[in-house]
Design a protein around this ligand. Sequence first.
Ligand SMILES: Nc1ncnc2c1ncn2[C@@H]1O[C@H](COP(=O)(O)OP(=O)(O)OP(=O)(O)O)[C@@H](O)[C@H]1O
Ligand SMILES: O=P(O)(O)OC[C@H]1O[C@H](OP(=O)(O)OP(=O)(O)O)[C@H](O)[C@@H]1O
Length: 203
Amino acid sequence: MIVALPKGRIANEVLNIFKKIFNEEFEFENRKLILKKAGFTFLNVRNWDVATYVQKQAADIGVVGLDVITELNSDVLEVLDLGLGKCRVSVAGVKGDNSYKNKTEIKVASKLSNIAKNYFSKKGIPAEIIKLNGSIELAPLVGLSDVIVDIVETGNTLRENGLEEKEVIMHSSARVIVNKNSFLTKKREILDLIEKIKEKNGS
Ligand SMILES: Nc1ncnc2c1ncn2[C@@H]1O[C@H](COP(=O)(O)OP(=O)(O)OP(=O)(O)O)[C@@H](O)[C@H]1O
Ligand SMILES: O=P(O)(O)OC[C@H]1O[C@H](OP(=O)(O)OP(=O)(O)O)[C@H](O)[C@@H]1O
């Protein structure tokens, strides 16, 4: 069975779950992207690519944030909420300035451009989405956008930059996802691994 694990912010907590499952050190060596252990193959994948690997069955199972699954509209089975990487996806803007609410078209900067587009479209508010790849909070500070749609956890990044959360779009946390076909063909192995993950998560 092939398991796609994310690099980045939730990597340590996810690797820690597998460390407990195997009861030994569990890490990708140096620059190696593949780790084989106890009949499993683990792939060290960028957070954003985990859903792609699983949807296309390059991996049977993976761990990724709900924000990413929603943004990519991934066609995968979401089987377990790990409760890690908890955050919100929110509309934020300059503190005390709500003038965006009166605009005929809002400029919205975001990495989560589909979530942003769908949110304003459902509200019937015309929005120009400006796709950025990081440091989203800069955009309203330099007039690139009226507001942003971005991840908020503690709110520190917003506060440090004179911004505030205006509207919460969704809550997110890390999910275990499974390829639909793999779930049919490798059901027992997959359910067995999910049980182990559930047992060791947070223990
Ligand atoms: N500040 C945060 N607090 C809590 N969870 C967060 C925070 N930022 C992101 N997350 C969650 O953790 C996941 C991983 O975030 P991370 O910053 O590692 O990846 P990324 O930079 O979005 O992805 P990539 O490395 O592929 O560009 C996000 O998809 C989200 O679900
Ligand atoms: O509410 P906080 O606890 O401050 O966390 C929110 C910040 O964390 C994420 O950024 P990240 O560190 O991943 O950087 P980037 O998206 O700008 O690359 C997110 O895009 C926010 O900027």
